[in-house]
Ligand binder design. Structure first.
Ligand SMILES: Cc1ncc(COP(=O)(O)O)c(C=O)c1O
Length: 392
């Protein structure tokens, strides 16, 4: 059996010939790994006892009172490492071991995926090297320190826009030269096939748990499920359990940065067009000659000029809709959620929450809204204080 390589017109494997055998080996190994009951039991035990699954579902009473919708938070911020990235990093690190690889490489934007890989590598005794743009190294330096403390080597990438796109390019270059020894743990549901499917598989635990917990807590299903979208892994993880329930609306929230009318944003599904980046066909922010545009978001994890191919597909067929939130909205929401609920959400997750805040007294009034809090915001505190100071 082989996996489908595309989601409608999106996805595929657009890579140099030298990478093809590694991607084929990855697909074959993943199929054997995911069908092996011992491997799946091992993953599930580690997710439970090491990473702390299941994460809670929490009815946010204060936010609901203030914002008008009935707001339920899926607390991926409470996962070990501080974000949903651990689900995928742990899964792929075990897969790397299963494949007999002796080294793991990864890219990171906000640093959360790098931290998750560093943790998994430390636990499993596999050396980890992480590529990170120098803009991100600076704005998420706490996570750089955490990665190094956990024993990972962090490569600073000082070319291009010096953010996530450039870190992925550098990781792919490393992988091409070290295919025999190395597994590339891609951190989001993007890139060439089979990565989007593998990452979705490991992140779908979020949706499975949230659906059961929601049903137990309320006896119903949510009216709407909301998640922020960078490459799209936390969103596809929570959406996956609800895609077949047409009565549940799915909304992804992208970064509007300084405003989608400006040139500094990352609203790919609003303003992107079909194109090829990082081995996949998807929506891409590009100029008329196909040059990739620089993006901007205050949230390093959302600062990416494309999106996972399944989101491009879900958007095209109208099964999910995609909205956006600006830097200003995300910062205000970060502060408000902290004050009202005693929960500090990651700047990335604050985009999803900002969308709910904006619409709570409008189309979401009284509706049951399930929001994925993809990570915790301690990593962002310095950046927030700086932003507030600059914009006073
Ligand atoms: C906390 C958090 N949420 C969301 C994201 C965005 O990634 P994705 O769209 O793959 O979930 C990141 C990426 O670093 C992150 O750290």
């Amino acid at each position: 059996m082989k996996l489908a390589t595309k989601f409608g017109n999106y996805g595929g494997t657009f890579v140099p010939e030298t990478l093809m055998p590694a991607l084929e080996q990855l697909e074959d190994s993943f199929l054997r790994f995911s069908a092996d009951t011992d491997c799946m039991e091992d993953l599930s035990q580690r997710l439970k006892h090491y990473a702390g699954r299941p994460t809670p579902l929490y009815y946010a009473e204060n936010l609901s009172r203030e914002w008008g919708a009935q707001i339920y938070l899926k607390r991926e911020d409470l996962l070990h490492g501080g974000a949903h990235k651990t689900n995928n990093a742990l899964g792929q690190a075990l897969l790397a071991k299963f494949m007999g690889k002796q080294r793991i490489i990864a890219e990171t934007g906000a640093g959360q995926h790098g931290v998750a890989c560093a943790m998994a590598g430390a636990m499993l005794g596999i050396p980890v090297e992480v590529y990170m743009g120098t803009v991100d190294v600076e704005r998420q330096h706490q996570n750089v320190q955490r990665m190094e403390l956990l024993g990972a080597r962090v490569h600073r990438v000082d070319i291009g826009g010096r953010t996530l796109k450039d870190a992925i390019n550098a990781a792919l270059r490393d992988w091409v030269s070290n295919l025999d020894s190395t597994h590339y743990v891609l951190g989001t549901a993007a890139g060439p096939h089979p990565f989007p499917t593998i990452v979705k598989f490991f992140q779908s635990i979020i949706g499975k748990e949230a659906k059961d917990q929601f049903s137990q807590m309320t006896g119903t299903m949510p009216d709407e499920v909301v998640a922020c979208v960078g490459g799209g892994s936390n969103a596809i993880g929570i959406f996956s359990a609800f895609i077949d329930l047409p009565e549940v609306a799915l909304v992804g929230v992208e970064p509007a940065g300084k405003g989608i009318e400006s040139t500094e944003h990352g609203a790919v599904l609003q303003l992107g067009s079909d194109g090829c980046l990082h081995g996949m066909i998807s929506k891409v922010l590009q100029d008329p000659s196909g040059q990739i545009k620089d993006t901007h978001s205050i949230a390093a994890g959302l600062d990416y000029p494309s999106v996972g191919p399944e989101h491009a597909h879900l958007s095209t067929i109208g099964r999910a809709t995609y909205s956006f939130a600006s830097d200003v909205e995300a910062v205000e929401t970060y502060q408000e959620v902290s004050r009202l609920e005693g929960i500090i959400p990651a700047l990335e997750s604050s985009h999803a929450l900002a969308y709910v805040k904006r619409n709570g007294h409008g189309k979401l009034y009284g509706k049951r809204v399930l929001v994925n809090v993809s990570g915790r915001g301690d990593k962002d505190l310095e950046r927030i204080l700086e932003y507030v100071q600059q914009n006073r």
